[in-house]
Design a binder for this molecule. Structure first.
Ligand code: SIN
Ligand code: CO
Length: 415
């Protein structure tokens, strides 16, 4: 993979980076009623009640002595992979420009050049340290969690004043960034610019964030973050599908699954159709009849659960699970898991309700798995001891071995 030339200023070269936790297990689950520095000593329950989707919150030293999950060079390397969404935003000579990755080392401006930003999306899918940072925010349901984006900027770099349609936690992990925010109503955008930049930005608050500081923003709060010197920011983003997307995806799911009468074999019939003079004209009777057919489509809550479970646990298109190079057979897998425990691969999405579970887009009945699967889905790991207890039921070992062979589960030491 291409590497950047070593022409960087000393500041970033010596920046702290999280130790490689590629063999470490997931972070412990945040407890809803425990005050945490991450939320300015509020409990997650208080934060959700007072701020979530409601108003911004600045948290000084949310993560004291924070370390960037990736070094600058690691981030630049990642931006060179084809399966990573990376964007380069420059504002040279007062002109915004946007380019899409992958970027080789030569595609990026030098780190001595001012006013550019590299945004790398979905870093949690590629790195366990980034995934561990995202896990700190699991006081919000997994169904809402989207990804961890890391931005790197040189002095004066930013993406311009804009708003997002989703909630975001902006955690400063290296250097300083000046944020200005405003709750303005006028969200009109500049024309002829390749980015969503607000035409009139009217900030009403301003702060300089230092490493460890974090800003929470609900959707549609205008914001602009400008690097003061070289800096890195992690954005923990949430997904908020639109009504249009949910409706079209749900109807597609209903038709595919054959429920709700959406795939009824009844054919369109028109025994009353008279001969016409204007064959190109859409018959009104056809419109009315199709309206009647559509009005018969019905669904129940379990169709919605099935749809949401499959839709929200579907891996992103860039995710390909790799089976282990030399998979252990079931007995060896069980022996190793009994020593080291197991954990979900960082990319695995596992959701459940009282009736079913959904793993990487596939639905299955919860039935006997109800004794252990919710625990595994919530903790994303099972200790060696817990695995030993559960493996007395051979169906548990068989299923987990299947997931291991698919690359969905890793055998490994826990943190
Ligand atoms: C950034 O990190 O540079 C931009 C993130 C955002 O404004 O959402
Ligand atoms: Co934003």
């Amino acid at each position: 993979m291409p590497r950047r030339p070593l022409d960087h200023p000393a500041s970033m070269a010596s920046a702290p980076v999280s130790p490689d936790r590629s063999h470490a297990g997931p972070a412990p689950l945040p407890s809803p009623d425990q005050p945490t520095p991450l939320l300015g000593n509020l409990t997650p329950s208080q934060f959700m009640r007072r701020y979530w989707q409601k108003k911004p919150l600045l948290i000084r030293q949310a993560i004291p002595q924070v370390a960037a999950p990736l070094s600058r060079d690691e981030l630049f390397d990642l931006a060179g992979s084809d399966d990573v969404e990376a964007r380069l935003i420059t504002r040279f000579r007062n002109r915004w420009q946007l380019a899409h990755g992958p970027f080789s080392g030569d595609d990026l401006p030098t780190v001595r050049q001012r006013a550019w930003t590299l945004l790398v999306q979905g870093v949690d899918l590629h790195d366990d340290r980034a995934r561990a940072l995202l896990d700190r925010f699991r006081f919000v349901p997994d169904a809402r969690l989207d990804d961890l984006m890391i931005s790197y900027a040189t002095d004066g770099g930013g993406v311009g004043p804009h708003f997002d349609s989703y909630d975001v936690f902006l955690l400063q992990v290296h250097g300083k960034r000046r944020w200005r925010i405003g709750a303005q109503r006028d969200l009109s955008l500049e024309e002829g610019v390749p980015l969503k930049v607000l035409r009139h930005f009217e900030p009403d608050e301003e702060w300089v964030l230092e490493p460890g500081d974090m800003l929470y923003l609900p959707p549609h709060i205008a914001h602009d973050g400008v690097a003061e010197g070289e800096c890195m920011t992690c954005s923990i983003g949430f997904r908020a599908p639109s009504t249009g997307e949910l409706t079209s995806q749900f109807l597609y799911h209903l038709a595919e699954s054959g429920s709700g009468g959406a795939t009824s074999a009844a054919l369109y019939r028109d025994p009353g159709q008279p001969a016409v003079e204007c064959p190109a004209e859409l018959p009104h009777a056809l419109v009315a009849k199709v309206g009647e057919m559509l009005a018969k489509v019905r669904w129940q809550e379990r169709d919605i659960v099935s749809f949401l479970g499959a839709y929200l646990s579907e891996p992103k298109p860039s995710v390909f699970f790799e089976p282990p190079a030399r998979p252990l057979n079931e007995a060896r897998f069980a022996a190793l898991a009994a020593k080291s425990g197991i954990r979900l691969d960082r990319r695995t999405l596992l959701l459940y309700d009282h009736r079913a579970y959904f793993v990487n887009g596939e639905e299955n009945a919860l039935s006997n798995a109800r004794k252990w699967l919710p625990e595994f889905a919530n903790k994303r790991s099972l200790s060696a001891k817990r695995f030993v207890t559960l493996s007395h039921d051979s169906s548990v070992t068989a299923l987990l071995h299947e997931w291991y062979c698919a690359g969905w589960v890793q055998v490994g030491e826990l943190a």
